[in-house]
Design a protein around this ligand. Sequence first.
Ligand code: NAD
Length: 372
Amino acid sequence: MIVGVPQEVKNYEFRVGLTPGNVSGLCKQGHCVLVQRGAGEQIGLSDESYRLAGATLIDSAAEVFKKAEMIVKVKEPQPQECAMLREDQILFTYLHLAPDPIQTKALMDSGATCIAYETVTSFNGALPLLAPMSEVAGRMSIQAAACHLEKTHGGLGILMAGVPGVAPAKVVILGGGVVGRNALQMAVGMGADVCIFDRDIERLRQIDAFYGNRVRTYYSDPLLIEQRVCEADVVIGAVLLPGAAAPKLVTQEMIRKMQAGAVVVDVAIDQGGCFETSKPTTHAAPTYLVDGVLHYCVANMPGAVARTSTFALTNATYPFVEALANRGVIEALSIDHHLRNGLSVHRGNLTSKPVAQAQGLDFVMAQELLVV
Ligand SMILES: NC(=O)c1ccc[n+]([C@@H]2O[C@H](COP(=O)([O-])OP(=O)(O)OC[C@H]3O[C@@H](n4cnc5c(N)ncnc54)[C@H](O)[C@@H]3O)[C@@H](O)[C@H]2O)c1
């Protein structure tokens, strides 16, 4: 198969879909890998390292899209990339379609087979291709919050850990999944006063068993959320309903009641966000104020630590890339229902039920379409 790796075009996005090691693995199995010149340069993955691994370097994204049978990317395709997709081409990348009707329509119009990293599943129902980026974003969320709590960054002027005689920051984490637990680990490590909400009691049991009385766990009750959020210095939004728009757990009214200079980090912004006041931001201008509360809503947080993120992501995606290249898309999707759970759009049809529900569109079961 001809596999294409274009350079990412989203603002401040330096990750890349395949590493030189991945390229070498594919080439040794007889595949041809086209890498856009400069795709990994910004994170120390030189064109020369891709060339030595067996890649063919290509000057333009247009040429990569034209020649490749499968495009492997990181972020959802931008409009100019959607326009280059074609029927019978595979797109394997993050899509986050639920809150994005324009991209959904563009992918359906392209006729391509689009597999979303974020809804591929594993045997225990987890999301193995979201997990590595969630680990990065969860850990970064506390780093970002600590930085923005500083007065010079617009925050309250609070040190996350406090000092002897002065209380640490109060941190509320909404969602105890991968993002939430990684945020929790960092917040506890920094010495913050932390509580965490989830609606999954088993998750809360595991957190309680691990941290004991160092962390307070709460069931996701709207009144309790309101109480804790209104007195917090930092709130991390980390909830997810797989494939669907995030539930709005924090209302504008609650934000209004928070103290000026408090910081909210909405990691769930890529699914629409879990604060009513959230809107996506970029690393170029990561924050904005609503009622004096600093909002950090960067939709591609891991992009800031692009080298770590590239290796963490491709460690998880590469086995699926290999399966798609070796077996072809129909067979790979037919035999692996976990990969099939990632199928969102196929030959003009929407195959993701949550995306269809979020946008009021029709959907078709993937199995009905997977015929040679
Ligand atoms: N901004 C970024 O750069 C970035 C990076 C990685 C992940 N994310 C996003 O972060 C979000 C969380 O990802 P994750 O990997 O932790 O997901 P996850 O599935 O591991 O965890 C989500 C948690 O939310 C909980 N939840 C769902 N509804 C809830 C509710 N009403 N109240 C309380 N808890 C609720 C679930 O029980 C689960 O424990 C996703 O939207 C993901 O796309 C964003």
